[in-house]
Ligand binder design. Structure first.
Ligand code: SAH
Ligand code: SF4
Ligand code: F3S
Length: 470
């Protein structure tokens, strides 16, 4: 495929960063300007918020969790399900009081919801105190938009799609010091019939191979121990690039970098999940044994109606191969219950697939109609109440499987990254390569390091263990 994508350096906005810094130095209520950034949705949004924080840092901002003391409040929104949208509208409504008490505060909204016209129309009409709105495609123009919003005395609304350009070197302020996200591609071309993401994030575009590898190298050098490569469909990485590269090759190349780190990735789509990829994981030094492979439904008619482009048999084939090649493989998945027209019998195919695969954990969602997607127009005869019952049935099956899987880990030793304290005195929490949480007694100094933990007990899907010296 011809490459009609542009790759641009972030630099034209630096002027706006300096100008905004000057304005904010005067306008800030406290000694330094403070921003409160709240992020909803998936890791793509988390990674975008880290870029916004990077740009704000350059403007002299520091960060607070407390919206009341902030000079700038920004919600980075998610549109994937109705519930996610409702939460945002509710929380924005609550900001009205803050704006009344402190008129100088700038309230902004960005992210996936802002790429839907019915949402921005509603905001414009009903939430006049929101001074800045921009969509996922305008992230690189944030300094300019911010500057105008604070100086022009008018609301700034910037939405619409430019999905032909990839911007490199946008400043980034990562939330963590040892766990970090690394976007390798943006957008999605799959158009699963239920999903809003291709509309809010635009067409799939991969970052260049060397840019991704050098960023991974920098992160490893900076001490990151747990790096997750991000994309809506990482398996199709490289398809728009002139160079002939695959996701498996990208993983293999990063894996060659020396250092003590774990390499993760999400999300894999089963339609492009190759044996080559599983082989790379199996033969690697640093790639985690966790494979998140959303199947959505175990029924072939439903999968077809969802436009997922694989069937149950192909999915189970990949799973069989993964179990064979990666002995400790930890499988997780996303599932939708109650896709329009799904019958109870079809839902039972999902249950049987779950039993067959024995996932470590499942992210289970009740279908939520999204305006503008094909599924939203399909007949949907089953009630929410019925779907909720099926949903509960699936959860129960999965809980038993998870408990059984965790119980089978008792007495074994696993390497885990100590991630933080728990609310229990002296007890830390860490995560195994398979992404399973384990709690153990240990010194806070261990946080950010890999430790060996012998599992002593399992409670549902949480493990308890003790440090194990070898
Ligand atoms: N790109 C990823 C997932 C992105 S969205 C993939 O293809 O796997 C995360 C999950 O949200 C999806 O896997 C799906 O299970 C769920 N989801 C997306 N749209 C939904 C909708 N309209 N209703 C319910 N769940 C949905
Ligand atoms: Fe949505 Fe499908 Fe793309 Fe995932 S692959 S983001 S579910 S359209
Ligand atoms: Fe939500 Fe956008 Fe992610 S819709 S799930 S934040 S890509």
């Amino acid at each position: 495929m011809a490459n009609n994508f542009n790759y641009k350096e972030f630099k034209d906005e630096n002027n706006y960063i300096s100008m905004a810094a000057e304005v904010m130095a005067v306008r800030a209520v406290g000694e330094v300007p403070l921003a409160c950034i709240r992020t909803y949705g998936c890791q793509q949004n988390v990674a975008d918020s880290e870029k916004i924080k990077g740009m704000l840092s350059k403007m002299g901002f520091e960060f607070t969790e407390n919206a009341e003391e902030a000079d700038f409040i920004l919600f980075n929104t998610c549109a994937v399900r109705e519930h996610a949208e409702d939460r945002v509208f509710g929380n924005v409504g609550a900001l009205k009081n803050i704006k009344r008490k402190k008129p100088s505060v700038l309230i902004g909204l960005c992210g996936c919801m802002m790429e839907q016209k019915h949402v921005t129309d509603r905001l414009y009409k009903s939430f006049p105190f929101v001074g800045l709105v921009f969509g996922t495609h305008s992230l690189h123009r944030f300094p300019e938009l911010f500057y105008h919003a604070v100086t022009d005395g008018k609301r700034v609304y910037e939405t619409g799609v430019d999905d032909k350009t990839v911007y490199e070197n946008i400043p980034t302020k990562r939330d963590g010091t040892f766990k970090g996200w690394l976007p390798i591609m943006y957008g999605c071309n799959n158009f699963c019939t239920y999903c809003i993401v291709p509309y809010t994030r635009g067409r799939e575009r991969s970052r260049k191979f060397d840019d991704v590898v050098s960023e991974a190298r920098e992160m490893i050098r900076a001490g990151y121990k747990d790096i997750t490569l991000l994309g809506q469909n990482v398996n199709s990485y490289g398809k728009n690039l002139d160079e002939k590269v695959t996701f498996a090759q990208l993983l293999a190349e990063i894996d060659k970098i020396e250092g003590d780190y774990l390499l993760r990735f999400m999300t894999s789509h089963p339609k492009d999940c190759s044996k080559e990829l599983i082989d790379v994981i199996a033969d690697s030094k640093h790639i985690s044994t966790h494979l998140h492979l959303p199947f959505q439904s175990g029924n072939n008619r439903v999968l077809k109606a969802m436009n997922r482009s694989y069937d149950r048999e192909k999915y189970l084939d990949i799973i069989r191969y993964a179990k064979e090649r990666i002995p400790d493989v930890s499988l997780t998945s996303d599932v939708i219950v109650g896709f329009p027209g799904e019958t109870y019998e079809e839902f039972l195919d999902t249950v049987s697939l779950v039993k067959e695969v024995e996932f470590t954990s499942l992210f289970t969602f009740i279908y939520s109609p999204r305006e503008g997607t094909p599924a939203a127009k399909m007949p949907d005869p089953y009630t929410h109440e019925e779907k909720t019952k099926w949903f509960a049935e699936l959860l129960k099956v999965q809980e038993e499987i998870a408990a059984k899987r965790c119980a089978s880990m008792v007495d074994n030793v696993y390497r885990a990254l100590a991630e933080g304290k728990t609310d229990k005195d002296g007890i830390l929490m860490g995560r195994t390569s398979g992404n399973i949480i384990v709690e153990f007694e240990g010194d806070e100094k261990l946080i950010g390091q890999f430790v060996n933990v012998k599992i002593t007990k399992s409670r549902n899907w949480i493990l308890n263990g003790v440090l194990f010296e070898n």
